[in-house]
Design a protein around this ligand. Structure first.
Ligand code: G4P
Length: 537
């Protein structure tokens, strides 16, 4: 870690590097489709001045289930590239908002993106409470103890009881809650919010004003603004909130045990300012990152980063790609040379990019916590660690065992070599996993959701001129295999050669026909570990 500088009087002065890093907030929004992620993203960007008008964040269409919608947005790849990460400044902070695909078929991408954030905002629809996908994404955050802020959205519509919603979060997610503000009225009667700590009131006025100025008003005065409100009931409810709810505890939040809760309406831009202020005040600056050899501290002067996402570039005729790298420590300057640990090669970062809502620009410098795009022609892969020379690998960018396996059928056998190359490239991009059986039979592709197969087929056609279809495979499950004892491992691989394949990195997987076949094999091979998640090195 960089040494703290002290003045003569002994006060600690942060180094300029530490100060830059400390003001970074890198986060994602997790939610079930339709809870309001896109609307909230847009309003956050409006605050940050990254966009001028609402309606510019189009990434939401990614979630629509039909193939044609997905393909249409893929054609507008420019938009999906730039919305992968959105950087904006607000107050004293630099925010990096990492987008996660809405559709669950692309959940692997989402899980990887969550390895690159320091906190998350969980958006909940006030009428629906915790929904399936929210819970799943929350669990991924919990695995990494990512602190969560909760935004209960759509308070301008009919909602469930706010106490009920808090109770549901506490019970179903085992997460303590502290309401930061409390709604006055709901649905048509939603009039504003009261800050629990200060008692300050924000009113929903006209088009909701920007953030809604904080006013000193009594509950009676607020209630008088709306004849349908029952002032004494509101007073009673607020008393209860003050008595019953836990006080905010920064440490519990930072450790992922407690979530500050905001009630608001993204559509009406209400509560969004409070949320953004809280992200600045409470959410952690760039965290320490675990590497294989040691823990890397964000404020170390030497730059290090890992790649968590690859996106093909806009022009399908060139195999240009953008690798999204999260900086873990130090400072990146344009033109610097970094070592790619997997290959040992040196890469010059001549045109690292920053992303805003609709634009990107060349980054002259970036700091730990930031996400930069590194244009490349396929040399950089998901999971790659980049450093200024030190040999270490960040751990924890996962690969998930596919849920669907298919054999690729290629009518034109002359194009087999081209198919091999194409699959290799698309697998490096994280579009699909490819498994090459040891017995020489045709490669299998593996995906998490069926929509990924559609995307793969169309991209093989559009970008490589390859017309393929899928054959159902005799295998339905894949598990990464390993053993502490090389001999046991060799014997296993040899005696199961028709069911063993190598993944993209040459790591062996066992292919099982079904769960029974997997369990049966596992029982008979005690020295072999079967894993459904692999840490990408
Ligand atoms: P998502 O990205 O999480 O899927 O949700 P999105 O923001 O697209 O919001 C889903 C729908 O909910 C949208 O309506 C949006 O306008 C609405 N919405 C979001 N926040 C609020 C809110 O605070 N209050 C109310 N009343 N509605 C909200 P839609 O009709 O499906 O789409 P659109 O045609 O309005 O874009």
């Amino acid at each position: 870690m960089s040494m703290p500088v002290r003045t003569e009087a002994g006060a600690e002065v942060r180094s300029p590097l530490a100060a830059e890093i400390e003001r970074r907030r890198t986060f994602a929004i997790i939610s079930h489709p339709d809870a309001g992620k896109t609307t909230l993203t847009e309003k956050l960007l409006l605050f940050g001045g990254a966009i001028q008008l609402a309606g510019q964040v189009k990434a939401k269409r990614n979630r629509k289930t039909t193939q044609s919608d997905w393909m249409a947005i893929e054609k507008e790849r420019g938009i999906s590239v730039v919305t992968s990460v959105m950087t904006f400044e607000y107050g004293d902070h630099v925010f990096n908002l990492l987008d996660t695909p809405g559709h669950e078929d692309f959940s692997e991408d989402t899980y990887r993106t969550l390895t690159a954030v320091d906190s998350a905002v969980m958006v909940i629809d006030a009428a629906k409470g915790i929904e399936a996908r929210t819970r799943k994404l929350f669990e991924v955050c919990r695995m990494r103890d990512i602190p969560i802020l909760t935004f209960i959205n759509k308070m301008d519509r009919e909602t469930r009881d706010p106490f009920d919603l808090l109770d549901e979060i506490e019970k179903t997610l085992a997460l303590d809650t502290t309401p930061v503000n409390w709604p006055v009225g709901r649905g048509r009667d939603f009039t504003g919010t009261i800050e629990v700590q200060s008692g300050g009131v924000r009113l929903l006025e006209g088009d909701a004003g920007k953030a809604g100025t904080l006013r000193e008003m009594s509950i009676l005065e607020v209630a008088a603004l709306n004849p349908s409100l029952d002032a004494s009931a509101i007073e009673g409810e607020f008393e209860l909130v003050r008595e019953a709810c836990k006080p905010f505890d920064l440490q519990a939040f930072r450790e992922g045990h407690l979530s500050p809760v905001f009630f608001g309406s993204a559509l009406k831009n209400f509560g969004v300012g409070d949320l953004l202020d809280a992200l600045g005040r409470f959410a952690p600056p760039p965290r320490d990152q675990k590497a294989d050899k040691r823990v890397v501290h964000a404020e170390e002067p030497r730059m290090s980063a890992f790649v968590f996402k690859i996106q093909a570039n806009m022009d399908p005729n060139h195999r240009d790609r953008i690798a999204f790298a999260r900086l873990c420590s130090g400072k990146l300057t344009r033109g610097m040379k970094v070592k790619q640990i997997r290959t040992g090669k040196s890469i010059a970062l001549n045109a690292p990019q920053f992303f805003f809502a609709k634009d990107r620009s060349v980054a002259d410098e970036a700091y730990a916590g930031d996400v930069v795009g590194i244009p490349n022609h396929g040399s950089v892969r998901i999971g790659d660690t980049l450093t200024e020379g030190e040999d270490l690998n960040f751990v924890g960018v996962p690969s998930f065992a596919p849920e669907i396996l298919r054999r690729v059928r290629l009518p034109d056998a002359m194009k087999a070599k081209k198919l091999k190359e194409a699959l290799q490239q698309l697998a490096e991009e994280g579009v699909v996993q490819v498994f090459r059986p040891h017995d020489g039979s045709p490669a299998l592709v593996g995906v998490v959701g069926p929509l990924q197969l559609d995307v793969l087929r169309v991209r093989l056609m559009d970008e490589y001129g390859l017309e393929v279809s899928w054959d159902v495979s005799e295998f339905t499950l894949a598990r990464w295999i390993s053993s502490d004892d090389p001999k046991t491992f060799d014997t296993f691989v040899r005696s199961n050669s028709s069911s063993v394949a190598d993944d993209l990195d040459g790591d062996p997987v066992f292919l099982a026909r079904n769960q029974f076949n997997l369990d049966y094999t596992r029982e008979r091979a005690p020295g072999i570990a079967f894993a459904d998640i692999k840490d990408v090195k």
